[in-house]
Design a protein around this ligand. Structure first.
Ligand SMILES: C[S@@+](CC[C@H](N)C(=O)[O-])C[C@H]1O[C@@H](n2cnc3c(N)ncnc32)[C@H](O)[C@@H]1O
Length: 265
């Protein structure tokens, strides 16, 4: 019987060292956690259901996009643009989506831009979303091109742990508060607490210091629950639904801003 693969940070095979990727900026992330494992949990016509008479174009923000594989898969899936297959959903959805994707790692963004099949609709930019002034300047100027102040939908997929480990409880709360102020809907895939322990353990095995904040995090335990609490109690959002969990045990949660009127999914 084959030996089980040893797990590193994020449940990635041990060769993907967090020491070399302190922000979760793994160069081959999508090989270990394929986009298909996430997008298949989402209804293909979701955008049509969320925005039956919504603005055009719809504006999306993907925070921590890595090299863009998941961004492109989300774009295709939510618009019903199946690869190599004419999809009737495309007609049902009938939406235009401009997706702005950002990541702290310039090398990953360079690769994402080079490989993008939709350069006219999906833009990639290097941005540290925890740099409040850079973030505000960049995102406001993008939105103002469309005379908008918010994104219709934000994606925050497997990013919260890295923000939390590098910026602590306050950083996580501030990050979620910013996303809720800028996104009318927010799809979020939090890493469970066991991934934090794996990331810290792996770092120690490499002989490096712990993440700055790991031992002092008071927000811990059931991370999907804790993030839901922060977004609903402090962030002015409501939980619309959980689309289920990936095979690597991460739930996909959709939130809606209380700024919007009640809509039925
Ligand atoms: C584990 S990967 C997830 C990639 C992709 N969202 C997915 O789920 O396939 C986390 C990504 O978040 C990015 N990231 C971490 N901290 C960030 C920050 N402060 N600003 C922007 N991106 C950040 C990392 O560079 C990395 O590419």
């Amino acid at each position: 019987m084959a030996a089980p693969m040893r797990e590193g940070a994020e449940g990635l095979p041990g060769g993907s060292e967090p020491g070399a990727a302190p922000y979760g900026n793994f160069p081959n992330y999508s090989r270990f956690h394929p986009p298909e494992g996430r997008v298949r949990l989402l209804p293909p016509a979701l955008l049509g259901r969320l925005f039956p008479a919504g603005p055009s174009p719809l504006l999306g923000l993907d925070v921590g996009c890595n090299s863009g594989e998941l961004s492109v898969a989300l774009y295709r899936h939510l618009l019903g643009l199946q690869e190599n297959k004419a999809s009737p959903d495309q007609l049902v959805v009938g939406k235009i989506l401009n997706l702005l994707c950002c990541d702290i790692d310039a090398g990953l963004i360079e690769r994402a831009e080079r490989c993008s099949p939709f350069p006219g609709s999906i833009s990639f930019a290097t941005l540290d979303v925890m740099d409040a002034s850079a973030r505000e300047l960049f995102l406001s100027s993008y939105l103002s091109r469309f005379s908008r102040s918010t994104f219709d939908i934000g994606f925050c997929m497997s990013v919260t742990m890295w923000i939390h480990l590098n910026h602590g409880d306050d950083g996580l709360v501030e990050f979620l508060s910013y996303l809720s102020s800028r996104c009318n809907y927010l799809l979020i895939e939090p890493q469970p607490w066991k991934c934090y322990r794996a990331a810290a353990r792996r770092l120690r095995k490499l002989g490096r210091n712990d993440f700055d904040h790991f031992r002092s995090l008071a927000i811990n335990g059931d991370m999907a629950e804790r993030i839901t609490q922060i977004l609903t109690e402090d962030g002015g959002m409501e939980l619309v639904c959980c689309f289920g969990s990936t095979s690597w045990d991460r739930s996909l949660l959709l939130f809606k801003s209380n700024r919007l009127t009640q809509k039925q999914l």
